[in-house]
Design a protein around this ligand. Sequence first.
Ligand code: C5P
Length: 410
Amino acid sequence: MRLTSPGPAMPLAGKRILLVISGGIAAYKSLDLIRRLRERGAEVRPVMTAGAQEFVTPLAVGALSSGHVYTDLFSREDEQDVGHIRLARDCDLVLVAPATADLMAKMANGLAGDLASAVLIATDRPVLLAPAMNPKMWANPATRRNVETLRADGHAFIGPNAGEMAEGGEAGLGRMAEPLEIVAAVERLIDGGAKPLAGRRAVVTSGPTHEPIDPVRYIANRSSGRQGHAIAAALTRLGADVTLVSGPVTLPDPPGVNVVRVERAEEMLQAVLSALPADIAVMVAAVADWRAAAPNAEKIKKQPGEGPPPLMLTENPDILKTVGHHADRPKIVVGFAAETQDVEKNGRVKLKKKGADLIVANDVSPETGIMGGTRNSVKLITEAGITAWPDLSKDEVAGRLAGWIAERLT
Ligand code: C5P
């Protein structure tokens, strides 16, 4: 009897991968990567930067991928044949391996001066990056900013790994992920889209609270909910399962978000606790610090001859502090600090007191127009220090913050 083997599994059968190889020593591993992808049934179309061609030759890449290698944005032949726009779209996934600091900087800033960066800005397909660089370059604040931007733009990352650098003598985070790890990430993405927060639960608070004085009057503040709602939407875009606990706002519910509407701080706290356990908590709501100690059941009437009634206040629960010290504390706890003076100092104090990993501090003095407005200018305060972001729209702040969170969780 002759035994027949079922043959190797072909999880990528019929899938087309555009492989962008940029210029780093790790480019030699891309040769093996091409072989591994093809073994699994994928068709691989390589694009090489000028730098990549200094490390491996188009001849070797072409021999392994068994097809044309694209190198030149202004090649008359290639532009007539497929063109960089079709190249960018005629695939199921764009894989950048190795992704150098230089290529990531170009991507994060929308540059398109060579074929690789033009393809990356023109594509509407999921993009997976396998960074490879010296540990100092990976740790550089400019690279950190670019990685956060790329994550916020919805791009996925695999690696880098820790280990010895190819140039020897230096170790740290920066080695390109191994070809089989990259292949596994490709398989996950082709099935699931670029969702670095897939499978993660998040709870976000947003808007003001209304604390009743009597059935018609309440204590409130000027929060619009724009920043909190934008953060809930951005986390959802990255694949998180988000519960948004919102005080009274006039904004539409962000799509795909589970919205719980509340009025009072105490209700907000209960709704947040019901959403635990979660991986991420972002407490953006402008929770009233105080509520009326004994709200009147009936409308308080003006009494002729008597002065205004006294309004006794009592403290509200601190939701962020409760979550930051909870037995089920989420892995990432983020708070906001709306201040009108000593923004950095107060932010640092708040980080400790509230048990948060990050305080996003902003100056809400009336002249900034931030409270209730559409733009925000924030400082990120962590144990490690303070980073100031430029003036951005609240949507941009949300996208970057979701990227910051994704980077810390993955
Ligand atoms: O102490 P302060 O109100 O300035 O802290 C602001 C941060 O704490 C924000 O993240 C806000 O959502 C949160 N907070 C809270 N519950 C309160 C007061 C503030 O969750 N009662």
